[in-house]
Design a protein. Structure first.
Length: 253
């Protein structure tokens, strides 16, 4: 087993159980406790675990939201595949919303350069990338910029969204479950996400399999409000079936 694969299994175990123990993990994977400690250090630097005495706990238990730069460094291959699969959901022309997030940055990079689209974003970094594409009309939602996610939030953005209608909203989430729906730690960001979905004809969620193991403070959508979930092949089949039973089509890239 490669170190990255072991680290993803450690992260999954921490999110499932609420805590992992160094000695137990060493026995489970047949490696030294020093190797496990190095794995935990990597995951802590990525912003998804917090080291505690004898082990680690997932950041969700701390009410802590990893910064965008930290999230951008994990599940990179999966996010690339998800973004490429999402291109099939683009309208031939018309308008789309692209939510803020690390997977969304991959989608922005993968957008075809010759497709004439109006693209609405609430992320200054994504707007800067999109603005260099001559075929696109880029609209940037105003508002307060959250430092942790670099997304605009609050009344200015909500007012603009209330007057829009788009073909597809490509959405990100921090957590997703069949019972809890789509959740994020910040209520202000949840309000923007809710408004994005509300002004879209179709809503497509882009989320790697780790997003389906926890819930956060603020719910912004039920699964019935999502038309499609594009995730990766590591999502458990039974979990995928449970999500699909609530309404959305599941695509595993």
């Amino acid at each position: 087993m490669y170190a990255e694969e072991r680290q993803q299994e450690i992260l999954h175990a921490a999110r499932t159980a609420g805590r992992v123990d160094v000695v137990t993990l060493a026995e489970q994977f047949g490696v030294t406790t020093e190797t496990i400690r190095r794995d935990l250090t990597v995951l802590e630097r990525a912003g998804v675990l917090r080291r505690v005495h004898g082990g680690a706990i997932p950041v969700e238990r701390l009410g802590f939201e990893p910064a965008l730069a930290a999230r951008d460094e994990v599940m990179t291959a999966e996010k690339e595949r998800i973004a490429k699969a999402a291109l099939a959901e683009l309208p031939q022309d018309g308008a789309i919303i692209i939510d803020a997030g690390s997977t969304m940055s991959r989608l922005v990079q993968a957008l075809p350069t010759d497709r004439e689209l109006t693209v609405i974003v609430n992320s200054p970094p994504l707007a800067a990338v999109l603005a260099t594409r001559p075929a696109l009309t880029v609209l940037m939602l105003g508002g307060r910029v959250r430092g942790r996610t670099l997304a605009t939030v609050e009344d200015w953005a909500l007012e603009q969204l209330s007057h829009l209608h788009v073909d597809v909203a490509f959405m990100a989430t921090n957590g997703c479950s069949a019972t809890g729906g789509l959740t994020t730690p910040d209520p202000a960001e949840a309000a923007i996400k809710r408004a994005m979905i509300g002004c879209a004809q179709r809503a497509v969620l882009l989320a790697d399999h780790t997003k389906f193991t926890g819930s956060y403070l603020a719910r912004f959508a039920t699964l019935a409000e999502i038309d499609m979930i594009i995730t990766d092949t590591e999502l458990d089949s039974k979990l995928a079936a449970g999500l699909a039973a609530e309404g959305p089509e599941i695509v595993r890239a």
